[in-house]
Design a protein around this ligand. Structure first.
Ligand code: 13P
Length: 250
């Protein structure tokens, strides 16, 4: 059985006083039926990890460099994130693909770095609106998966997040049956490359405008193992009902 996962992506939000939201969340879910990870900005990882030590909530990062160390001013490596207390790292988010020109090949190298460091990668894939309207969704996802997953993923736990670019921050979401169809396609691609056991163990999250109001219907859809939540993960009163809906669907 795949343990469901509620992951919060804080993006470029959060100062020291935002740590209270993580403390509140941790206190509200002492023994959840699903996994919970918060990915704050890198500046807060160390303090956030200390805050949740011994608790059910874990802390993740939003990106890492492909190399373990070196002359790369301003970058942060996977071993550094691990050292700061992160257990997880989001990779290939569409905002990084767009803002930083990250290619599938670069994301593949970062995913390999995360695995080397013992971090759980949450690999993001998703189509743009133009690609969806052109009927290219499944083909785009197949290409992103093929090129951004390293062969080494075979021996590790990984998480895939299906995040349609047009659904992020827009209030729009695909229908639950559309999400299920895409997740089934992702799992079939994983199975073809890595085998049924690995594909069966891989958690596939949906991300894009997940809110308390739509969470239950999304989590009831077959093949949805949780959510990668942006805006609604910033405040405990918004994220807690989403976590509760996920746990209720376990
Ligand atoms: P929103 O939940 O704000 O749409 O963001 C989704 C996302 O990009 C999570 O990585």
């Amino acid at each position: 059985m795949r343990r469901r996962l509620a992951a919060g992506n804080w993006k470029m939000h959060g100062l020291a006083d935002s740590l209270a939201a993580i403390a509140d969340l941790s206190a509200a879910h002492p023994d959840p039926a699903c996994d919970i990870v918060i990915c704050p900005p890198a500046t807060l990882i160390h303090r956030a990890a200390d805050l949740v030590l011994g608790r059910a909530v874990s802390i993740g990062a939003q990106d890492c460099h492909a190399e373990d160390a070196g002359a790369h001013t301003g970058d942060i490596s996977a071993p550094m994130l691990r050292d700061a207390g992160a257990t997880t790292v989001i990779l290939g988010h569409s905002e990084r693909r767009a803002d930083h020109g990250e290619t599938d090949a670069a994301i593949r190298a970062k995913t390999h770095a995360a695995l080397r460091a013992g971090l759980l990668p949450i690999l993001c894939v998703g189509e743009t609106l133009a690609q969806r309207e052109a009927g290219e969704t499944l083909g785009i996802l197949s290409t992103q998966l093929a090129l951004s997953l390293p062969d080494e993923a075979r021996d590790h736990a990984i998480v895939i997040a299906y995040e349609p670019v047009w659904a992020i921050g827009s209030g729009l979401t695909p229908d639950p049956d559309q999400i299920s169809a895409v997740h089934a396609h992702i799992r079939a691609e994983m199975s073809a490359r890595f085998g049924t056991e690995m594909a069966g163990a891989t958690r596939i999250l949906y991300g894009g405008s997940v809110k308390p109001a739509n969470a239950a219907s999304i989590f009831a859809a077959p093949d949805v193992d949780g959510a990668l939540v942006g805006g609604a993960s910033l405040r405990e009163p918004d994220f807690s009902p989403i976590i509760a809906a996920l746990c209720a669907s376990c």
